[in-house]
Design a protein around this ligand. Structure first.
Ligand SMILES: [Zn+2]
Length: 207
């Protein structure tokens, strides 16, 4: 009997430890997506003054994401490649130090997530801002520029050319298929479905 109780106790501990191992998200498993694929285009607006803040807030143009997020984004890009398109990245993991700079320039929760509250999913490495371009880099019309704050950027805004709506749908359907969720107000922003399990991380990506 005692042996049986011991066995059950060991099994219980084993299961508990395995469960903890599975459910724990590593604090920092951020990787540079260019180490997985050369097939992305980049337009890091926040590393230039060509953004809604009119100030450069990044010191480099690098796309770091959580490993799972990056792997699935590569799959999404490979699938778009087969249709003659590729992903152009505007923003990926955003260090908390950058979020603070943005908040200092524009302390308005309608445009910038408050770093002193919940921060942004970009600070967790679980969000990405992107568009699609043709394989030769030619622009694909999406109806508004990146970071256009207005109803024209919303997914439910349909007063646009059919081709533009099709372009948005192609991007959205591809990303949804590979585990990303859209948000209502920004056609360019996607959250990985597990992003709310990720911690906010501070990492210097420009070193
Ligand atoms: Zn975003």
């Amino acid at each position: 009997m005692k042996e049986l109780i011991n066995k059950l106790a060991y099994t219980f501990i084993f299961l508990l430890v395995s469960k903890l191992a599975i459910s724990q998200t590593p604090k920092d498993d951020l990787i540079d997506i260019s180490t997985l694929s050369d097939n992305f285009d980049y337009d890091f607006r926040y590393a230039t003054e060509n953004n809604f803040l009119k100030e450069k807030v990044y010191d480099c143009s690098k796309c770091f994401l959580r490993k799972d997020v990056a792997k699935n984004l590569v799959k999404a890009n490979d699938s778009l490649h087969k249709l003659g398109y590729k992903i152009k990245l505007y923003d990926c993991y955003r260090p908390v130090s950058v979020q603070k700079k943005m908040w200092k320039i524009l302390p308005d929760g309608r445009y910038v997530a408050n770093p002193n509250k919940r921060g942004s999913i970009h600070n967790r490495g679980g969000a990405v801002d992107l568009t699609i371009v043709k394989l030769d880099g030619t622009k694909v019309e999406m109806g508004t520029d990146f970071d256009h704050f207005g109803k024209e950027a919303h997914h439910n805004y349909i007063n646009l050319d059919k081709q533009i709506l099709n372009n948005r749908i192609l991007l959205k359907n591809t990303l949804l298929y590979f585990g990303f969720n859209s948000i209502k107000t920004e056609w360019w922003h996607y959250n990985y479905y597990k992003s709310n399990t990720y911690d906010i991380v501070q990492k210097d990506i420009c070193k």
